[in-house]
Design a protein around this ligand. Structure first.
Ligand SMILES: [Zn+2]
Length: 259
């Protein structure tokens, strides 16, 4: 695995084609979690992934698309377009020096712009014949299996049971008492297109921090790594299947040319 402490020689001698970029966020997470929660979690997930993939662990892109939290002091954000351009430049610079895959782990659900960015980037690389693939892994990659660990899967969006659990596992010294709510918000997540999270919620969290435990956090992290590796394997298998099909078609065509 390569990281910020690796030297020029390390990069020359250690064959490494995969880079892992954690994208976090600096935004309010209620009164009980730090503003850097998404960056801390994304950094941990990316570090574990880079180790498993023997990849190049990039530093966390901590500031991202958090405009929906801007009313709270401490929140710092990029415009969505800026985030797209930054990720594009990072992918381009990695490709230029021979990396073939960039795994972007987004620890913040509000980074919607990353989806079309990655889709477009991959098509652009393909059209140029560049051997580079960008894979986007959202923070809820394990969504279908999170019920194995937590009580609330769907309406636990921000600083709730899931994130509080992970922070209790990673750095309990930075988890404070949560402020109990009189009424849980029932607003749909899409309301963040119109309102600030601190307007919709009472203390800035959206979910159930009262259900959090460090053990759930440990299991959620493991589940995230497991589901991400499965996702990467599935992409690889699909790529092999498509390559095999086009080989068969090519063989069929040359056989047809002979006769
Ligand atoms: Zn968060």
């Amino acid at each position: 695995m390569l990281n910020l402490y690796s030297t020029k020689r390390d990069f020359q001698t250690h064959p490494c084609h995969t880079a892992v970029l954690p994208v976090g966020a600096i935004e309010q997470h209620g009164s009980h979690l730090p503003v850097g929660t998404d960056a801390i979690i994304a950094g941990e997930v990316a570090s574990r992934l880079a180790e498993r993939l023997d990849g190049y662990l990039l530093p966390c892109l901590s500031v991202s698309s958090s405009i929906e939290h801007r009313e709270a002091k401490g929140t710092v954000y990029l415009r969505a377009d800026t985030l797209a351009l930054v990720v594009r430049d990072i992918a381009e610079s990695l490709r230029y020096t021979g990396f073939r895959r960039l795994v972007v782990f987004s620890g913040h659900g509000g980074n919607w712009i990353l989806k079309p960015t990655v889709r477009q980037l991959n098509r652009d690389f393909q059209e140029r014949g560049a051997a580079m693939e960008v894979v986007l892994v959202p923070s809820n990659i394990a969504l279908k299996r999170q019920h194995e660990v937590v009580r609330q899967v769907q309406h636990d969006l921000h600083a709730g049971e899931k994130e509080t659990s992970i922070m209790m596992y990673l750095c309990p010294e930075h988890v404070d008492e949560f402020v109990p709510e009189q009424h849980h918000t029932t607003a749909p997540q899409d309301f963040m297109d119109y309102f600030d999270v601190t307007d919709i919620t009472e203390d800035g969290y959206w979910g159930n921090p009262e259900d959090a435990t460090a053990e759930k956090g440990r299991r959620l992290l493991e589940l995230t790594i497991e589901c991400t590796l499965e996702y990467l394997d599935a992409i690889g298998r699909e790529r092999e299947r498509i390559a095999a099909r086009s080989r068969t078609e090519d063989e069929g065509e040359s056989a047809a040319n002979i006769y």
